[in-house]
Each structure stands twice: as C-alpha cells, then as structure tokens.
Design a protein around this ligand. Sequence first.
Ligand code: HEC
Length: 104
Amino acid sequence: MRLGFISLLLFACQAPQKQQDDFTQQTPAEQGASLFSMHCAQCHGEDGKLGASGAKDLSKSRLTDAQITTILKNGKGAMPSMKALLESDENINLVLSHVKGLRQ
Ligand code: HEC
C-alpha cells in the first residue's frame, strides 16, 4: 500500500520532466503543433475550425504575423492572453507558424 503511494508520487514528479525532454527533442514544426494542441485546440480545434467559445476559424483567418502576435500577447474578446502560457517569444513564433499552416 505504502509502496504504491510512493511510486505514484515518483511518477507524478517525473512526468513533467519527461514532457520537457520530449519537447526539446522535437523539431520546431512539432513544437509548434504541441503548443497549439496544449493551449489553443480546446477552443480552435486541432484543425483550427472548432469555433468553441466563439473562437475564430483559423483556416480562414488571414491576419498578419504582427496582428496574430498582438492577439496572442494581449488576448481579444473571449480569447485570454496566451503570453504566460506560451512563456517566450520563441514559443509564440513557433505557434504562429503552426497557425499559418492551418490556412486553406
Ligand atoms: C478560451 C478559448 C480560446 C483559446 C484557448 C485560444 N483562443 Fe484564439 N480565439 C478565441 C476567440 C473567442 C477568438 C475571437 C476573438 C475576437 O475576435 O473577438 C480568437 C481569435 C484568435 C485569432 C484571430 C483570428 C482572426 O482572424 O481574427 C487567432 C490568430 C487566434 N485566436 C489564435 C490562437 C492561438 C494560437 C491560441 C493558442 C496559443 C489560441 N488562439 C487560444 C478563443 C480562444
């Protein structure tokens, strides 16, 4: 019983570290896709078309890089600022490339 509890604790502590390692081993395109799945897909959908909470269809969006960056940093309407979640300008640029790749 006690052993089970300890291994559960160990697992809980190791999991985020492993995720971090996986992330740094990904290509930039994969990192952009991971960030999008983690922070954006719940509203926009993996393909950008979900539209939950009034989210805009990213496959149809034609905003400039600067406009997208501003929305990611400041939020817009029902979309909260993503600055803290994305952590760095580098991550913002990775997710920005992914978003543009969803265009049709
Ligand atoms: C809580 C839901 C939610 C999350 C999470 C979210 N968005 Fe949004 N997003 C919205 C909503 C709602 C809008 C429409 C804002 C408006 O115009 O009023 C929007 C608009 C946008 C737009 C502007 C599209 C256009 O053409 O006007 C972009 C680009 C965008 N989101 C990208 C992202 C990215 C990238 C992420 C993840 C880092 C993300 N969003 C996370 C809800 C969300």
